[in-house]
Design a protein around this ligand. Structure first.
Ligand code: ADP
Ligand code: MG
Length: 355
């Protein structure tokens, strides 16, 4: 096992890419450390599957190199890369039994039957497939078949990485939760690098130590769930993660001062006076705003209950500003003022946080 490095990767499915949008993956360099639990998070179409296929070798990138440790593997076929990949939809041999499906990747590698038997039963027990081991795969539900796919990904212990591509899409919601915790547990046991693709932030944040957030073919941030929450490096991370997401408020940048709602706003990060960006926004999460006696004047418009707190929607001019108020906290009925917590208020220049 070793670190996986993507060096200056770029990929287009077109023969002659011209514009930015012709690239399914824009130029990126990403290191996946050995044994890490990663989630690859982003909306549909942002390039997640493309990235996985480049790592496993199913796809050769238009540009760039793939390295495992200190060996370049860019020209290695998939079987030499030794990566277990579980796809979004089940890939099973219908005519084989569940047992033989699980044993297949091991038999392929010439592992002794006694060892195979032990491993197959271990994985079957983890996935609750013991009772169906001798059943033909064709007789199973979609759930059951996907569990076999997961099992086939997990059965080998010699892989460089296990990659799951939205593997729980066809799985029943209550089973989803259970499988997710099992995958996390298993990762902790075996310690193989894991890359788990999802478009669901809850799934990403529960399963991974490091979340790689993608948007439009670009990696916009790699960080722990806490880092993504507290210091989103890009406005996309701010509003995609969190519920509700971060408030993004267009502001002015005048003579070194950040001005919003007629007042100077204090932020965690500072802009250089000569910053040439064309758009400036203040980003502040609903968790870090409170009602006060003075500050940004707003009108309270809506309130919804969200468990231990309420989400309150206020308006300042064109902007909607959301904040969280704990249960029992005072919510003014109409006009009010807001204060932002400066430690958690950030300035973004053309969508990127400036440090
Ligand atoms: P995700 O897995 O995040 O949904 P994909 O990697 O599948 O995204 O796709 C990224 C972009 O590349 C999308 O715009 C998609 O339409 C395009 N794409 C994916 N596969 C192909 C292909 N085989 N041929 C042409 N375009 C593709
Ligand atoms: Mg995909």
């Amino acid at each position: 096992m070793s670190k996986i490095s993507l060096k200056n990767i770029r990929h287009s499915y077109m023969d002659n890419p011209v514009d930015d949008i012709d690239w399914a993956l824009k130029q990126m360099s990403v290191d996946w450390s050995d044994g890490g639990a990663y989630a690859l998070l982003g909306p549909s179409g942002c390039g997640k599957t493309t990235l996985l296929n480049i790592i496993s070798g199913l796809l050769k990138p238009s540009e760039g190199e793939v390295w495992f440790g200190d060996q370049e593997v860019s020209n290695f076929p998939t079987d030499q890369r030794n990566i277990a990949q579980v796809f979004q939809f089940p890939v099973v041999y219908d005519t084989m039994t569940v047992y033989d499906n699980l044993a297949f990747p091991l038999r392929n590698r010439g592992i002794p039957e006694t060892e195979i038997d032990k491993k197959v039963r271990e994985i079957a027990s983890m996935l609750d497939l013991e009772k169906t081991l001798m059943t033909r795969a064709s007789g199973l539900t979609a759930d059951g078949k996907q569990k076999i796919s997961l099992g086939r990904g997990l059965v080998r212990s010699d892989v460089n990485a296990i990659m799951f591509d939205e593997p729980l899409t066809v799985i029943d919601p209550h089973l989803k939760w259970e499988l997710r915790s099992k995958l996390k547990e298993l990762h902790q046991q075996i310690g193989t690098t894991m890359i788990y693709v999802t478009h669901d932030q809850t799934e990403a944040l529960t399963i991974a130590d490091q979340v790689v957030v993608m948007q439009e073919g670009q990696v916009v941030q790699i960080g722990t769930p806490v880092e993504l929450f507290e210091r989103p490096q890009h406005t996309f991370v701010g509003h995609f993660i969190g519920s509700p997401g971060m408030n993004l408020l267009p502001c002015d940048f005048d003579l070194g001062k950040i001005v919003y709602g007629g007042a100077q706003i204090e932020t965690s990060n500072q802009l250089n006076v000569d910053n040439t960006a064309t758009r400036f926004e203040i980003g502040v999460r609903p968790e870090f705003i409170r009602f006060a006696d003075s500050g940004i004047p707003v009108r309270v418009e809506k309130m919804s209950d969200a468990g231990r707190f309420s989400i309150v929607e206020t308006r300042h001019g064109e902007d909607i500003i959301k904040l969280l108020v704990p249960d029992g906290g005072h919510v003014p009925s109409e006009s009010a003022f807001l204060q932002f917590d400066p430690k958690h208020t950030h300035i973004y220049a053309d969508d990127w946080m400036v440090d």
